[in-house]
Ligand binder design. Structure first.
Ligand SMILES: Cc1ncc(COP(=O)(O)O)c(C=O)c1O
Length: 411
């Protein structure tokens, strides 16, 4: 039997001396995907291939202007010190200019916008900066798991907001008035459902938050991953939003710069200031050369961005065609790196993902991984090379033909 290669952080087995994890870690939900990971390892150990359509990790590489700017700025020793104020200022200025040009939103770079070490970091830390133990947050289900983790690490309570297909995967804003939470998480264009929200939806949410004294955390990580001329709105375009909301923007998906760890938070100045204070006690900011290169790409990276979107568009079309050929229904969306599809027949999402991996060598994310209301769905990510996406579409079609007459499909 082939021995399994160990990965960093994987020492194998339980360390001696018992479980020293804090209660907040012990409370984390069990890792759902170990079974899929082990099937994958076994398949690969036997020489089989796996096409990984499970994670949203852009593969196209950062724009050349960003890479060249990083090399240039990295050669400047003044930027080797703790993130210098001049770099933070230059970055914030460029980001504010972009928010103005893209959304018509005027922000003060000194207090209404601040860089984060990737939006995951900012999103995870914001509850520690703005919630007291026992405070309530409304969190989408299905949703990006970091929202509930951040709230629970801060001692807050999570109330789930169902995202249902018949409502376009938008939450009921009446829940804000019902629960009067401290924070409300919105994420459009949405991961995992790929749904989008209108400015009208944001207006209703901001008005509800205004009536209840709640604050909205709008995660716009996928705002620039859009197709067919779709332009995602910003919550900050809505009147009164700056009193009630912040929005997170990420370079990871917009410019395929996930490993660079850079993004920003913008909007309500008290929330921005709270996060900034918390961060000043926890981290020392983004590398100055990365901030400067990110400012450059915001001004000069849009041709490269257009090419990335074209490539993603080709992949999306392949997945859509493949799913249609199999008779699998999916959410028709103009945005994100994901396709949110219905598990065929009456299989659970884990069972479907396991069969797809075992029998077709395709790894997708079971909807259950994003929350209870993700059950019945699976998520396909288009961040893997186009030829592999094409092969996946073909394999999916073949396997569906094999399954169709069987119980698997019709049960
Ligand atoms: C909805 C959503 N928000 C935020 C992030 C984090 O992005 P980053 O930390 O790379 O900016 C992700 C990453 O997958 C995401 O899916």
């Amino acid at each position: 039997m082939a021995s399994r290669r160990r990965q960093t952080g994987d020492c194998g087995g339980e360390p001696a001396g018992g479980d020293i994890r804090a209660e907040r870690l012990r409370r984390l939900p069990a890792y759902l995907f170990e079974e899929l990971a082990s099937i994958r390892r076994a398949r690969e150990a036997e020489g089989g291939t796996v096409i990984d359509l499970s994670i949203g990790d852009p593969d196209l590489g950062a724009p050349q202007v960003a890479v060249e700017a990083l090399a240039r700025y990295a050669a400047d020793p003044r930027l080797h010190r703790y993130s210098p104020h001049s770099a933070i200022e230059a970055f914030s200025q460029a980001a504010c200019e972009w928010m103005k040009e893209r959304y018509g939103v005027d922000l003060d770079p000194s207090c209404e916008l601040y860089p984060v070490i990737g939006t995951k970091e900012g999103i995870a830390l914001l509850p520690l900066a703005t919630m007291d133990p026992g405070d309530l947050a409304l969190v989408p289900d299905p949703g990006y798991p970091v929202y509930s983790r951040g709230v629970s690490f801060a001692g807050g309570k999570v109330e789930w907001m169902p995202l249902e297909e018949q409502h376009g995967f938008l939450p009921e804003t009446g829940l804000i008035e019902k629960h009067r939470p401290r924070l409300v998480y919105l994420n459009y264009p949405n991961n995992p459902t790929s749904a989008v929200a209108s400015e009208d939806f944001y207006r209703t949410a901001v008005n509800a938050a205004g009536r209840t004294g709640s604050y909205i955390v709008s995660d716009a990580a996928y705002s620039e991953v859009a197709f067919g001329g779709y332009d995602a709105p910003s919550i900050l375009q809505v009147q009164g939003a700056r009193e009630r909301a912040v929005e997170f923007h990420s370079f990871s998906k917009t410019f395929s710069m996930a490993g660079w760890r850079v993004g920003f938070v913008a909007g309500n100045r008290r929330m921005v200031a709270s996060l900034r204070t918390l961060k000043s006690n926890v981290d020392s900011g983004v590398f100055g050369a990365v901030l400067m290169a990110a400012a450059t790409v915001l001004r000069e990276g849009w041709d490269a961005h257009r090419e990335m979107i074209e490539e993603y568009g080709v992949r999306r079309a392949m997945i859509f065609d493949g799913l249609r050929a199999c008779g699998i229904s999916y959410h028709q969306s103009p945005a994100t790196l994901y396709v949110w599809a219905r598990v065929p027949g009456s299989m659970g999402s884990m069972e479907f993902a396991r069969k797809l991996l075992e029998e077709a060598g395709i790894l997708v994310t079971p909807g259950l991984g994003f929350g209870q209301r993700g059950e019945g769905y699976f998520r396909i990510s288009i961040t893997c090379p186009t030829d592999e996406v094409e092969t996946a579409g073909r394999r999916l079609h073949e396997i569906s033909r094999a399954w169709k007459g069987s119980e698997t499909w019709t049960r």
